[in-house]
Every structure is written in structure tokens, then in C-alpha cells.
Design a protein around this ligand. Structure first.
Ligand SMILES: Cc1cc2nc3c(=O)[nH]c(=O)nc-3n(C[C@H](O)[C@H](O)[C@H](O)COP(=O)(O)OP(=O)(O)OC[C@H]3O[C@@H](n4cnc5c(N)ncnc54)[C@H](O)[C@@H]3O)c2cc1C
Length: 417
């Protein structure tokens, strides 16, 4: 079912409730695989809700519930403005922001969810509601990173940030330099300014040699960023693409590859770390090696902190990231066990905290939110969706069942014809 107006969304929800069928909401399908078997549910395809309206004076954007990152970033870019985008151009802004949102400029711009100013939400009872901090502080708090599932979002109002200048790019070495580069990067991240965002990726492309890559951005001139990067460029990367750029050009160039619907859904795991001492550097570099490593297509460590570490003004269910680094692995399902082992081993360098948007299976949310937030979210689900109408990859409601972990290809098949 593909509604085109908020009223059609409302009718779809009311009808599904009448038939006692659960509703799976999706915009792009990027977050669908953890949902599980969807055969008995109503699939609500929101892709018609893809508008982008920029108000350059108010520095806000009004977007549809299915607008993708590239659509928003390129429209905002025309006015020298941007929003806290992630690493994939075709991920939906709404799905991303429901779970927080950690991306390419996050140490400067903060969590994606903190940019939400208001939302048009169709609640499971079929009411079309405008939610902001004044109208409904509880739901507004929940929509800012609480994990979604409170209804269907037909519109978001997003705060935009001016980016008068930006530099960014990648530095690249061979995989044999993994430990040396990660060690230097880990030292470097302890000293750099809050507006510099970076990640180390160990990449195993389908063809060609495996690589060690540092992806970096800062709202500064390239010359300044080059000086900041000196401890890393002293390690003589064979590739250095750091230059003056803008958010749109950067996202276009460095976006994550598209999901290939012909491949089995990828397995992924992650954990937040508090520190990255030499022992953790050595273990990560070992896990990243070809043949002897954990078998992942990519092992990544993102630098958290900066604006991600400070409670966002105006709050939200996710108002900061509770960790200094995010360790993430992605690969084919046949190496899920070795990838999970790598995550378990690295967990010793944190407190087992996780981040909602990278939670892979139909799991609960205990490790992603504090107890207080979990209780508040559970109360809100009970109030807004007492029958558990909206199905969700990570249920919290006492009425929704946490069932199978089998990734489904049904929604992806619909999306890709
Ligand atoms: C290639 C790739 C790269 C990624 N990179 C990042 C990253 O850098 N940082 C990060 O934080 N996350 C990242 N993610 C995770 C991503 O943010 C989540 O999977 C997100 O939920 C995807 O949203 P979507 O709308 O694109 O997907 P969908 O599958 O369409 O939706 C996922 C969920 O979002 C909710 N949702 C979507 N639209 C609506 C709506 N209109 N109303 C109500 N609920 C809605 C629903 O609960 C739905 O189940 C990435 C994922 C992929 C696949």
C-alpha cells in the first residue's frame, strides 16, 4: 500500500487496526531486513512523501517522511546550509533521525535527531497531529532519537546549519599498515578539535587489494585541515584526496555503496568503546586482515565525542552518544559468527553500550538507552499504540512480540521490483 496524503495514511492505519493486522512502515527499505517475516502485515510504502522545501531565512527544511539524504543535502547546499547527514546518500532522513543519526560531520553538527524541530505524525488511532516541543513535549522527546514506531511521519521540520566552508576527503594505505595507521589515528583523535569528524575503515572490496582508509571532514579550509592531519600524512598515505569541498559534493563522492538486492542481506554488528588503547588497536588490526581476520567486508571505527558527546539543547530520547568510538563490522551472513566474536572481544574496551541505528537484529533496546529512557519510551508506546499496531525492527512495547531473527527479502523485493 502506497499512500500519497496524510489522510490516506490515516485511513490505512484505521483499516489495518480494524483487521487486527500489524503495519510495517518503510521509506527506502534500508532498515527493513531486521523486521523479520512480513507476510501477515500491511506494508506501508511511504516513498511518495519525498518533498523538500528550504526556508533559507529561517534556516529550516520541510521534508517528506521518505525524503532521502541526497535530496535534502543538495537542496540545502544551494543556500550554503546543511543538516547532520549520514554516510549513505539514499538512506531516508526520517528513518535515520528516528534512531539518532551519526554521520560524516557529526562531531561538528551533532546527532541527526537533534535537528528535528517539529513533525507531522499520523498516530495509530488515525489522528494527524503536529508535534513540537510546545504541543506535546513527551512525543517530541521520543521522536528525537527514540527509535520510531509511534506512528507514521508524513513531514519533518529540520533545523539547518550554515557551512560557509568545508574540507574533507580520504587518506589511504595498504591493509598491511592497519595497526600503524590505527595507532596513530587513535593518538590523534585524543588531541584534535571538536569540529573534526573522522573514521578509520579497513575495506575489502570485491576486486583489488584491501585498504586502510581514513575518512575525514571539518568545517574549515583545506589548508587548515591539512595542517591538522599532519601526524597522519607523515605516515605517507598512497592516496590523499583531502580538499575544499561542500556537503553535497562530499556525500556524492563518498556515499556508501548501494545495497545489491541480488545479494543476501548483509550481517552487521557494532559496539561503542570508551577507549582505544594499543591493545585494542592491535586486536582491531588483526580482525581487519584478509584471510586471518574476522572475514568482514569492512571493519570501521568512527570517532564519537565533540557535539555527539554533549547533551543536545532541547533534549531527546537520544541526545548524545555515550562512547568515544564506535566499532562496526559488516559482511556476508556466513561470517556473522566471526564478526560477532570480534565485537565481543572489542566490547572489553567499553561498557557494552550500543547505538540504535546500527542494531542488527530484532533485539530489544536495553543497551542503546538508559533505564529511565526505556521506561519513558515504553509508557509512551502504551499510550500512543496500545494495540501494538506499528511493527518495528526493535520493539519496546509490552504488547509487541519480539519474534524471529530471520531477515526477510520480501520488502526489498517489492522495492526493487
Ligand atoms: C548503507 C547504509 C548506510 C547507513 N549509514 C548510516 C550512518 O552513517 N549513520 C546512521 O546513523 N545510520 C546509518 N544507517 C542506518 C539507517 O539510518 C537506518 O537503517 C534507518 O532506519 C534507515 O531508514 P530508511 O528510512 O532509509 O529505511 P526504511 O527501511 O525505509 O525504514 C526503517 C525504519 O524507519 C522507520 N521509518 C522510516 N520512514 C518512516 C516514516 N515516514 N514514518 C515513521 N517511521 C518511519 C520505520 O520504523 C522503519 O522500519 C545506514 C544504513 C544503511 C543500509
Amino acid at each position: 500500500m502506497a499512500p500519497e496524503t496524510p489522510e490516506e495514511v490515516a485511513s490505512a492505519l484505521v483499516e489495518a487496526g480494524r483487521q487486527s493486522r500489524k503495519v510495517v512502515v518503510f521509506s527506502t527499505g534500508h532498515g527493513i531486513p531486521p523486521i523479520g517475516d512480513t507476510s501477515d502485515r500491511v506494508l506501508l510504502d511511504m516513498s511518495a512523501f519525498d518533498k523538500v522545501e528550504i526556508d533559507p531565512l529561517a534556516r529550516t527544511a520541510r521534508i517528506g517522511g521518505a525524503t532521502q539524504w541526497m535530496e535534502l543535502i543538495s537542496a540545502a547546499n544551494e543556500h550554503g546550509l546543511t543538516a547532520p547527514f549520514g554516510s549513505a546518500a539514499t538512506v531516508g532522513v526520517t528513518g535515520y533521525m528516528m534512531g539518532g543519526g551519526v554521520g560524516f560531520m557529526s562531531r561538528h553538527l551533532g546527532l541527526g535527531s537533534s535537528a528535528i524541530r517539529s513533525a507531522e505524525l499520523v498516530t495509530p488511532d488515525g489522528r494527524i497531529r503536529r508535534i513540537d516541543a510546545g504541543s506535546d513535549p513527551d512525543l517530541f522527546w521520543a521522536l528525537r532519537g527514540g527509535g520510531g514506531g509511534f506512528g507514521v511521519i508524513t513531514e519533518l521540520e529540520i533545523e539547518l546549519t550554515p557551512v560557509p566552508r568545508m574540507a574533507g576527503g580520504v587518506l589511504g594505505w595498504g591493509i598491511e599498515d592497519a595497526e600503524r595507521v590505527l595507532g596513530a589515528w587513535s593518538e590523534w583523535t585524543r588531541r584534535i578539535d571538536d569540529d573534526v569528524t573522522s573514521a578509520v575503515r579497513f575495506m575489502h572490496p570485491p576486486e583489488g587489494p584491501a585498504l586502510t582508509v581514513v575518512v575525514v571532514t571539518a568545517p574549515r579550509a583545506a589548508e587548515e585541515l591539512a595542517a591538522i592531519l599532519k601526524p597522519l600524512t607523515d605516515l605517507k598515505p598512497m592516496l590523499n584526496t583531502v580538499r575544499d569541498t561542500d556537503p553535497e559534493a562530499f556525500l556524492r563522492e563518498y556515499t556508501d555503496p548501494e545495497i545489491d538486492p541480488a545479494e543476501p542481506p548483509h550481517a552487521f554488528e557494532h559496539v561503542l568503546l570508551d577507549r582505544l588503547p594499543p591493545e585494542a588497536v592491535q586486536l582491531t588490526a588483526e580482525f581487519a586482515q584478509p584471510v586471518t581476520g574476522c572475514g568482514a567486508m569492512m571493519v570501521e571505527i568512527r570517532h564519537m565525542g565533540g557535539a555527539l558527546g554533549r547533551p543536545a539543547p532541547g533534549g531527546g530520547a537520544s541526545d548524545r552518544i555515550d562512547g568515544e568510538y564506535l566499532f562496526f563490522v559488516v559482511g556476508f551472513p556466513d561470517v556473522a559468527e566471526t564478526m560477532n566474536h570480534a565485537v565481543d572481544v572489542l566490547s572489553d574496551f567499553g561498557r557494552g553500550r550500543t547505538y540504535f541505528n546500527f542494531m542488527p537484529r530484532r533485539t530489544g533496546r536495553e543497551t542503546a538507552y538508559g533505564q529511565e529512557a526505556i521506561a519513558r519510551l515504553a509508557d509512551l508506546y502504551e499510550a500512543v499504540d496500545p494495540e501494538g499496531l506499528i511493527d518495528h525492527p526493535h520493539p519496546i512495547s509490552r504488547t509487541a512480540s519480539v519474534a524471529d531473527e530471520t531477515a526477510t527479502t520480501q520488502v526489498l523485493a517489492i522495492l526493487h521490483g
